[in-house]
Write a protein that binds this ligand. Sequence first.
Ligand SMILES: [Zn+2]
Length: 233
Amino acid sequence: MEWSRFLNKAVNFIWPDLCEVCGCTLVRGEKVICLGCRLKLPRTMLHNEHFGPIHHHLAGKVPIERAAGYFYYYRTSPFTRLIYAAKYHHRPKVARYLAAEYAREIISDGFFDDMDIIIPVPLHRFKQWKRGYNQSRYIALGLADVTGLPIGSNLVATRQHSTQTRKGAYLRWLNSQGIYTAIHPEQLHGKHILVVDDVLTTGSTLLACCEAIHRVAPTARISVLTLAVAHLQ
Ligand SMILES: [Zn+2]
């Protein structure tokens, strides 16, 4: 047996890969999430809807072409661990893996047809420096792995969000105004752009990003994709 395989087996024996959701030991062929949890994942199936709850939530100044979210996100659900792993527990590869899996599930329905570029929602420089990475960029990487679409860095967070968790929808919207700027509009004119983020909660962040793009490139068409969708009322 080669050394690397031996080592791999030894590490796996001491520290086996665990399902991010239920904590069971993953078996050969499973990654990040076990088969049982994968089957139970509360998929939204919203990617096929022409005007579904995500569109409704983001309805504003900017028309949204397509909208997709992989799974529903309830505060008490064990599936929230998938987002926590990617966002707070230094495992952004979880986001990349899930995004690739999601892309594989919806690509044949034409969700990515005629799209030109994927743009992740940016983090402010300071936050990214503290965290070490931007989880939304890893989602973009996972989507690009499957679709082959390029990733753009055209969105920039010009000021920091103040913490949003205890604010109502209007205040959150107000708070996200003017945070994002789109740069290099010449790359965006007339393009179909997919804006990606980890979770859709009130939609204020995504909406602010779509508005920033629309301001500099009004001819661009915009679609959105998130991994999780907080239960929309
Ligand atoms: Zn599991």
